[in-house]
Design a protein around this ligand. Structure first.
Ligand SMILES: Cc1ncc(COP(=O)(O)O)c(C=O)c1O
Length: 343
């Protein structure tokens, strides 16, 4: 079954009968400012993509890690991991996942017959984790923004390693966290896999580049299963430059942080409820039944697309560009006014 995600603008535009070009799309956690596409030599388009040691070195420096491999987005690996893990660990039966979080993880483990166990805002207690179990942590979480410290994850890592289980850490949104809580440096054993999504922070999700940081055996096994030419040449060419461009990265962090503050102020104007998130998205939790759905619908009618979470109780807002703030503010103001008249 295909899951609902943000970024499904074609479908939403059809549903609300508003042309695609007229939407303000804040439905994803992808940076609204993207790394400028450099001129790409013809040869990069013409040749089959070669394994690029320059890209790997750039990624090792950027993510501060040793063993790393590239794929076309981290989603490819999310889908593949359960099968690879089960092949080597046939007695592994259960996986712990965040109840709120990117649902493709759950889908992938379920597809391989795993028994899904959910945890809330806190990780399951260590004693709850059985032998050979898998723990998936989205750090920071999307959509809640919940962040676990590296110290906490190291404790879980040690415990899971002793139980011959697997710790999967999805760090798709870690780029904007300072000080970083990344576990990328701590993947020497076979019981930890860290996933990185290039497209979010660099604002180039359509390029489809992601990275896996893990023991070499994992990387070899992934490569064998995926076969050659996983990530296309132009995407690798752009990613190599972007990962090396520390000045652009610094400016991007500042811009995102500034715009997050602007969005926080705007949301605080309309919502008493908690606003949480990261510099790539903010989520408002609405306790009143149907309120999130009503606001979502009201915004869509004005061509503003945000993400209604799967439980339909929260709204996730992508970070708006400065020139889009006024439109968001107006649209949100209109919706909240019409809701207050109804009450
Ligand atoms: C938490 C999380 N992990 C992974 C992904 C997959 O991203 P990609 O395949 O673009 O790297 C997403 C996509 O939205 C996500 O939200």
């Amino acid at each position: 079954m295909a899951l609902t995600h943000g970024g499904q603008l074609t479908q939403v535009a059809n549903e609300y009968q508003i042309p695609m070009r007229d939407w303000l799309d804040l439905s994803t956690g992808i940076a609204p400012f993207s790394y400028p596409i450099p001129e790409i030599p013809d040869i990069v388009w013409q040749q089959l993509p070669q394994p690029s040691s320059a890209l790997i070195s750039a990624a090792q420096r950027y993510y501060q890690c040793r063993n790393i491999s590239v794929s076309s987005g981290s989603q490819t690996i999310i889908s593949l991991l359960p099968m690879l893990w089960l092949k080597e660990n046939s007695s592994s039966k259960c996986v712990f996942l965040p109840i709120k979080g990117y649902k493709e993880h759950a889908q992938a483990w379920k597809n391989m017959g795993f028994n899904l166990q959910w945890y809330g805002d806190e990780l399951p207690a260590l004693e709850q984790l059985p032998q050979h179990c898998v723990l998936v942590v989205i750090n920071p979480n999307n959509p809640t923004g919940k962040l676990f410290s590296r110290e906490t994850l190291e404790r879980y890592q040690e415990f899971i390693e002793n139980r011959q289980g697997l710790l999967v850490i999805d760090e798709a949104f870690m780029d904007v966290i300072t000080p970083s809580q990344s576990m990328a440096e701590y993947t020497l054993g076979r019981n930890t896999v860290v996933l990185k999504s290039f497209g979010k922070f660099f604002g180039l999700a359509g390029m489809r580049i992601g990275f896996t940081i893990a023991h070499q055996q994992w990387l070899t096994s992934i490569a064998e299963h995926l076969g050659p030419w996983q990530a296309n040449g132009p995407a690798q060419f752009i990613a190599e430059q972007a990962l090396q461009n520390t000045l652009w990265q610094e400016q991007q962090r500042e811009k995102l942080s500034r715009q997050r503050q602007v969005l926080t102020m705007l949301l605080n104007r309309y919502f008493n409820e908690g606003v949480e998130g990261t510099d790539l998205f903010l989520t408002v939790n609405l306790a009143t039944p149907h309120k999130a759905v009503t606001i979502y619908d009201g915004l869509c009618k004005q061509g503003v697309y945000v993400r209604l979470t799967d439980d339909q109780q929260s709204l996730r807002f992508g970070i708006p560009k400065p020139e889009d703030v006024e439109r968001l503010s107006q649209s949100l103001g209109n919706v909240m006014l019409s809701i207050s008249k109804l009450c």
